[in-house]
Ligand binder design. Sequence first.
Ligand SMILES: [Zn+2]
Length: 127
Amino acid sequence: MLIAKGVMAESGMTRKAKIMRHRKCGILTLAGFDADSCALDAWCDLAELSAQGEALALVGGRRTYEVHADRLNYRDAWSIKARPAGHIAVFASHRCTDPVPATWRLPARPTSPSTQQPINDNEGVQF
Ligand SMILES: [Zn+2]
């Protein structure tokens, strides 16, 4: 019934982005319909892009997508300018034999307070 209504594809893809194995190569991707209507299937590599990485992806002929409210949205010129990669999560379209290069990826963010430098109270501020 969901397939007949166009809410879900036979692959299980829906408007909500989710981790799915790519139908051809089996690699884990971020997948979902890319719009609320007239949507296309969007399959993205899981690497989050930097702004430079997004530019290189576009020059290389890939589409880019952002995640908003658990949905993948196609990024056009307006959205790229309004919400630069690095400020929001941006992903490049998947190519089976051409994964996103490491140089396109957003540098890893610190994940826990234990990676931060401890505050040294002995240095004190001179008044
Ligand atoms: Zn693939």
